[in-house]
Design a protein. Structure first.
Length: 191
């Protein structure tokens, strides 16, 4: 299991859904988008921002129950991708031992965020659904890169490409003679 961070929530109120974005902590820092319901995304966003609402949300009640029963959420784990659906597990420990509960990723993450538990994703899930981040360069960075490449090209010597190749042997090859002849005929004679 690899450690990830919750780095973004993008809501689409019209569709009633949102996308959570998890980011791998170590290189290559793959991003994992997970589509969740609007209510779950709101619950996660509220907890991640440190806000509190007047009455407890479902995930607040779950966090209170974990605390009251002297349990601890050891991790929220996104363990597999099954038929296009992410599967998660809550790793819990407490006076009665260690437990692993099947959970939706949104619920596991919502609880983990409230209880400062680590978020983990399996290598197989990141391999199947993770995406490398797109690095966007600003105009100055692009100009600098183009300038460096132009300097490289200006200093390039064609002989550098011949290193390791034997010198040509035999008579020099003459370039073909360009002509207006069509099939060896003089075009003016055809007219």
């Amino acid at each position: 299991m690899l450690s990830v961070d919750l780095v973004g929530i993008q809501a689409d109120p019209a569709a009633g859904a949102a996308v959570l974005v998890l980011r791998e902590q170590q290189a290559p820092h793959r991003l994992l988008p997970i589509i969740v319901g609007g209510a779950e995304a709101t619950s996660i966003a509220i907890a991640a921002s440190g806000q509190h609402v007047g009455r407890p949300l479902t995930h607040d009640v779950m966090a209170t129950l974990v605390d009251r029963f002297d349990a601890h959420v050891d991790a929220a784990e996104v363990t597999e991708l099954r038929d296009g659906t992410f599967v998660a597990t809550l790793a819990l420990s407490g006076p009665m031992g260690e437990y692993r509960l099947d959970a939706r990723p949104s619920d596991a993450i919502a609880l983990a965020v409230r209880l400062d538990a680590p978020l983990l994703v399996s290598e197989q899930v990141l391999e199947a659904a993770g995406r490398l981040p797109v690095v966007e360069l600003d105009d100055d960075e692009i100009d600098a890169a183009v300038g460096e490449f132009s300097e490289f090209l200006a200093e390039l010597d064609p002989e550098d490409f011949l290193v390791g190749f034997p010198p040509p042997t035999g008579p020099p090859v003459e370039p073909p003679i360009e002509s207006d002849d069509v099939d060896g005929e003089d075009p003016e004679a055809l007219g």
